[in-house]
Design a protein around this ligand. Structure first.
Ligand SMILES: [Cu+2]
Length: 266
């Protein structure tokens, strides 16, 4: 679904971040921040993950200031929906291998940066935006104005989910004595260790569990801060201040050709 009155500032922020300068090309929003590390280069993968994470925090802060009828469905996907895994939508055995590697961390990724590059250069840029646009008949998802669609938050929610999952999976397994030292309550469990592990597999990845818990708390705080800032700075205009729909449509028509699309590696 297209999100009514989605802030142009956020659309532009996303567009400019992805914009790849080409000779003779026109920089869409020269005053907005640009990507620092090019796609697929060291630093680019982490920047991709961080940019989209913080972008979603800002968008959700705005969502929270609005009432939508019907409500927005922006809940993240936690796996690639089966209905998208179709040959006619460009799904291939190679994409399945990519998804399997991302969810199993096998072969393992060296870092968040490594994971981010793998996702961006592969499934993200070559397939998921286009397949989603075609299947759900929402063309804007194919373009760099994709944040105007609720599907953007499903796609990038999935990327965030993969990232968190990877942080969990890649956390070092801690020896029991270190675990017991930090979590003495485990000592007072009357249950044998193997039964404990069976019921609480998170214990095996205890650092990952702690990271996941902290990540969740930080995300909550980020959202709170973003919302407070938005309210204090008046970043989001009230509905009475919105421009008339016909002028917006005219503006949209003008920018139609300049929406850009996700780059592919040749
Ligand atoms: Cu993007």
């Amino acid at each position: 679904m297209l999100i009514p009155n989605f802030p142009g500032y956020l659309t532009d922020l996303h567009h400019e971040w992805h914009y790849l300068p080409v000779p003779g090309g026109v920089d869409p929003h020269p005053n907005l921040p640009k990507r620092i590390h090019p796609m697929g280069t060291p630093g680019g993968g982490l920047e991709f993950l961080r940019f989209h994470h913080s972008f979603m925090v800002q968008a959700f802060a705005w969502f929270a200031t609005q009432t939508f009828n019907p409500q927005l469905d922006v809940t993240p996907w936690t796996s690639i929906p089966d209905e998208l895994k179709k040959t006619e939508l460009g799904w291939t055995v190679f994409h399945q291998q990519e998804e399997d590697r991302i969810t199993s961390n096998n072969p393992r990724f060296a870092s968040s940066d490594d994971l981010g590059n793998y996702i961006e250069v592969g499934i993200h840029n070559t397939w998921i935006h286009g397949a989603t646009a075609t299947h759900f008949h929402e063309e804007v998802v194919r373009t760099l104005h994709s944040p105007q669609s609720t599907y953007f938050y499903k796609i990038h929610g999935l990327v965030d989910y993969w990232w968190n999952r990877w942080r969990f999976l890649s956390a070092p397994i801690r020896p029991w004595d270190a675990l017991i030292k930090d979590e003495p309550r485990l000592l007072h469990s009357d249950r044998p260790w193997d039964a404990l592990i069976k019921d609480e597999p998170r214990l095996l990845h205890s650092d990952g569990f702690i990271i996941a818990e902290l990540t969740e708390r930080i995300e909550g705080l980020e959202l709170q801060v973003a919302m407070n800032e938005a309210v204090l700075s008046g970043a989001f205009t009230s509905s009475q201040e919105w421009p008339k729909v016909d002028t917006e449509v005219a503006k949209d028509k003008k920018t139609e050709e300049s929406k850009g699309s996700y780059p592919r590696k040749h």
